[in-house]
Design a protein around this ligand. Structure first.
Ligand code: SF4
Ligand code: SF4
Length: 192
Protein backbone atom coordinates (compact mmCIF):
# COMPACT_ATOMS: atom_id res chain seq x y z
CA UNK A 1 0.00 0.00 0.00
CA UNK A 2 2.75 2.44 1.01
CA UNK A 3 4.71 1.56 -2.12
CA UNK A 4 1.65 2.20 -4.29
CA UNK A 5 1.23 5.64 -2.76
CA UNK A 6 4.91 6.39 -3.36
CA UNK A 7 4.60 5.26 -6.98
CA UNK A 8 1.48 7.40 -7.44
CA UNK A 9 3.32 10.40 -6.00
CA UNK A 10 6.22 9.90 -8.47
CA UNK A 11 3.76 9.58 -11.37
CA UNK A 12 1.85 12.71 -10.37
CA UNK A 13 5.13 14.60 -9.89
CA UNK A 14 6.21 13.64 -13.43
CA UNK A 15 2.87 14.73 -14.87
CA UNK A 16 3.20 18.16 -13.26
CA UNK A 17 6.79 18.73 -14.49
CA UNK A 18 7.33 21.09 -17.43
CA UNK A 19 7.84 19.20 -20.71
CA UNK A 20 11.39 19.37 -22.10
CA UNK A 21 10.89 17.24 -25.20
CA UNK A 22 8.61 17.66 -28.22
CA UNK A 23 6.61 15.09 -30.15
CA UNK A 24 8.48 15.53 -33.43
CA UNK A 25 7.32 15.88 -36.19
CA UNK A 26 3.98 17.07 -34.78
CA UNK A 27 5.74 19.63 -32.57
CA UNK A 28 8.90 21.64 -33.32
CA UNK A 29 11.19 23.17 -30.73
CA UNK A 30 12.39 26.72 -31.57
CA UNK A 31 15.67 26.77 -33.50
CA UNK A 32 18.58 28.68 -31.99
CA UNK A 33 20.35 31.33 -34.10
CA UNK A 34 23.60 29.34 -33.92
CA UNK A 35 21.95 26.21 -35.38
CA UNK A 36 23.73 24.97 -38.52
CA UNK A 37 21.29 23.66 -41.10
CA UNK A 38 21.87 23.37 -44.84
CA UNK A 39 23.99 26.03 -46.59
CA UNK A 40 22.07 28.81 -48.37
CA UNK A 41 23.02 31.79 -50.53
CA UNK A 42 22.43 35.31 -49.22
CA UNK A 43 20.85 38.21 -51.09
CA UNK A 44 22.24 41.76 -51.20
CA UNK A 45 19.05 43.83 -50.97
CA UNK A 46 21.00 47.11 -51.37
CA UNK A 47 22.24 46.02 -54.83
CA UNK A 48 19.23 43.80 -55.62
CA UNK A 49 21.46 40.85 -56.52
CA UNK A 50 23.15 37.88 -54.78
CA UNK A 51 26.37 38.46 -52.81
CA UNK A 52 27.87 35.46 -54.61
CA UNK A 53 30.29 36.25 -57.42
CA UNK A 54 30.71 32.60 -58.45
CA UNK A 55 34.39 32.66 -57.50
CA UNK A 56 34.32 28.85 -56.97
CA UNK A 57 36.40 28.89 -53.76
CA UNK A 58 33.70 27.06 -51.79
CA UNK A 59 33.26 24.58 -54.63
CA UNK A 60 36.96 23.72 -54.54
CA UNK A 61 37.06 23.35 -50.74
CA UNK A 62 33.84 21.33 -50.28
CA UNK A 63 35.01 17.95 -48.93
CA UNK A 64 32.11 16.01 -50.47
CA UNK A 65 32.20 17.85 -53.82
CA UNK A 66 28.47 18.39 -53.68
CA UNK A 67 28.57 21.98 -55.02
CA UNK A 68 28.85 23.44 -58.50
CA UNK A 69 28.78 27.08 -59.63
CA UNK A 70 29.18 29.16 -62.75
CA UNK A 71 29.94 32.89 -62.88
CA UNK A 72 29.03 35.42 -65.53
CA UNK A 73 29.73 39.11 -66.30
CA UNK A 74 27.53 41.34 -64.16
CA UNK A 75 25.34 43.60 -66.30
CA UNK A 76 24.75 45.87 -63.32
CA UNK A 77 28.49 46.55 -63.12
CA UNK A 78 28.55 47.48 -66.82
CA UNK A 79 25.66 49.89 -66.14
CA UNK A 80 27.51 51.34 -63.14
CA UNK A 81 25.01 50.12 -60.53
CA UNK A 82 27.08 47.41 -58.81
CA UNK A 83 30.65 47.00 -57.62
CA UNK A 84 30.61 43.28 -58.58
CA UNK A 85 32.25 42.73 -61.96
CA UNK A 86 31.21 39.08 -61.89
CA UNK A 87 28.05 37.52 -60.52
CA UNK A 88 26.72 34.01 -59.99
CA UNK A 89 24.88 32.57 -62.97
CA UNK A 90 24.08 29.05 -61.81
CA UNK A 91 24.67 27.37 -58.44
CA UNK A 92 23.73 23.90 -57.30
CA UNK A 93 24.22 21.98 -54.05
CA UNK A 94 23.31 18.34 -53.68
CA UNK A 95 22.06 18.53 -50.10
CA UNK A 96 21.85 14.75 -49.99
CA UNK A 97 25.65 14.69 -49.96
CA UNK A 98 26.23 17.78 -47.78
CA UNK A 99 27.68 16.88 -44.36
CA UNK A 100 26.96 20.36 -42.88
CA UNK A 101 30.64 20.94 -42.16
CA UNK A 102 30.42 24.73 -42.76
CA UNK A 103 33.69 24.89 -44.72
CA UNK A 104 31.95 26.65 -47.64
CA UNK A 105 30.91 29.43 -45.23
CA UNK A 106 34.39 29.71 -43.68
CA UNK A 107 36.22 30.08 -47.01
CA UNK A 108 33.80 32.55 -48.66
CA UNK A 109 35.24 36.08 -48.78
CA UNK A 110 32.04 37.74 -49.92
CA UNK A 111 29.44 37.16 -47.17
CA UNK A 112 27.63 35.10 -49.77
CA UNK A 113 26.78 31.85 -48.02
CA UNK A 114 25.58 30.87 -44.53
CA UNK A 115 24.48 27.72 -42.76
CA UNK A 116 20.72 28.35 -42.71
CA UNK A 117 18.09 26.91 -40.38
CA UNK A 118 16.71 24.56 -43.04
CA UNK A 119 16.86 20.93 -41.95
CA UNK A 120 13.72 19.18 -43.17
CA UNK A 121 14.40 18.69 -46.85
CA UNK A 122 14.11 14.92 -47.13
CA UNK A 123 13.02 13.57 -50.51
CA UNK A 124 12.37 10.11 -51.94
CA UNK A 125 13.64 10.92 -55.44
CA UNK A 126 17.27 10.23 -56.35
CA UNK A 127 17.98 13.87 -57.28
CA UNK A 128 15.33 15.39 -55.03
CA UNK A 129 17.93 17.01 -52.79
CA UNK A 130 19.69 18.93 -55.55
CA UNK A 131 18.83 22.60 -55.02
CA UNK A 132 19.40 25.35 -57.58
CA UNK A 133 20.23 29.06 -57.35
CA UNK A 134 16.63 30.37 -56.87
CA UNK A 135 15.97 27.79 -54.10
CA UNK A 136 19.29 28.54 -52.36
CA UNK A 137 18.53 32.27 -52.47
CA UNK A 138 15.02 31.67 -51.12
CA UNK A 139 16.50 29.69 -48.21
CA UNK A 140 19.08 32.44 -47.67
CA UNK A 141 16.65 35.39 -47.65
CA UNK A 142 14.42 33.49 -45.19
CA UNK A 143 17.45 32.97 -42.95
CA UNK A 144 18.43 36.66 -43.27
CA UNK A 145 14.98 37.89 -42.24
CA UNK A 146 14.60 35.36 -39.42
CA UNK A 147 17.94 36.14 -37.80
CA UNK A 148 18.40 39.84 -38.69
CA UNK A 149 21.62 38.87 -40.49
CA UNK A 150 24.06 41.72 -41.23
CA UNK A 151 26.96 41.69 -43.68
CA UNK A 152 30.42 41.85 -42.12
CA UNK A 153 31.67 44.86 -44.14
CA UNK A 154 29.93 47.52 -46.25
CA UNK A 155 29.81 47.17 -50.03
CA UNK A 156 32.50 48.89 -52.08
CA UNK A 157 31.15 51.85 -54.10
CA UNK A 158 29.76 51.09 -57.55
CA UNK A 159 31.16 52.95 -60.61
CA UNK A 160 28.27 55.48 -60.40
CA UNK A 161 28.86 55.97 -56.66
CA UNK A 162 32.62 56.37 -57.26
CA UNK A 163 31.90 59.13 -59.81
CA UNK A 164 29.65 60.95 -57.31
CA UNK A 165 32.34 60.66 -54.60
CA UNK A 166 35.03 61.97 -56.98
CA UNK A 167 32.77 64.88 -58.02
CA UNK A 168 32.05 65.81 -54.39
CA UNK A 169 35.78 65.63 -53.55
CA UNK A 170 36.70 67.88 -56.49
CA UNK A 171 33.97 70.40 -55.51
CA UNK A 172 35.22 70.43 -51.90
CA UNK A 173 38.82 70.98 -53.00
CA UNK A 174 37.74 73.83 -55.33
CA UNK A 175 35.74 75.48 -52.51
CA UNK A 176 38.73 75.19 -50.14
CA UNK A 177 41.07 76.66 -52.77
CA UNK A 178 38.69 79.60 -53.35
CA UNK A 179 38.45 80.26 -49.59
CA UNK A 180 42.24 80.16 -49.09
CA UNK A 181 43.87 81.76 -52.18
CA UNK A 182 47.68 81.42 -52.33
CA UNK A 183 49.59 84.46 -50.94
CA UNK A 184 51.04 86.75 -53.62
CA UNK A 185 54.89 86.83 -53.66
CA UNK A 186 56.36 90.16 -52.35
CA UNK A 187 58.32 92.20 -54.99
CA UNK A 188 62.13 91.83 -54.67
CA UNK A 189 63.99 94.88 -53.24
CA UNK A 190 66.08 96.72 -55.95
CA UNK A 191 69.82 97.30 -55.25
CA UNK A 192 70.95 100.99 -54.97
S1 SF4 B 1 28.59 22.46 -45.58
FE1 SF4 B 1 30.45 21.28 -46.18
S2 SF4 B 1 29.68 19.53 -47.35
FE2 SF4 B 1 28.00 21.00 -47.24
S3 SF4 B 1 28.19 22.23 -49.11
FE3 SF4 B 1 29.35 23.32 -47.52
S4 SF4 B 1 31.48 22.58 -47.72
FE4 SF4 B 1 30.14 21.12 -48.85
S1 SF4 C 1 29.50 31.35 -52.11
FE1 SF4 C 1 31.33 32.60 -51.77
S2 SF4 C 1 33.06 31.22 -52.10
FE2 SF4 C 1 31.23 30.23 -53.01
S3 SF4 C 1 31.25 30.84 -55.17
FE3 SF4 C 1 29.96 32.31 -54.06
S4 SF4 C 1 31.37 34.01 -53.53
FE4 SF4 C 1 32.66 32.24 -54.06
Amino acid sequence: MINSIKALRVSLGSMMRKKVTAEYPKEHLPIQDRYMGFPALLFDAARDEPFCTGCMVCVRYCPTQCMSAEMTDNEKFAEGDSHRKKIINTFEINLGRCILCGICVDVCNFDAIEMSHEHELGDRMRDGNRVDLPTLLKMGTKYQSETGWKQSKPNLPSPKERAVIAEAKAAKEAAEAAANPPLEAEPEATAT
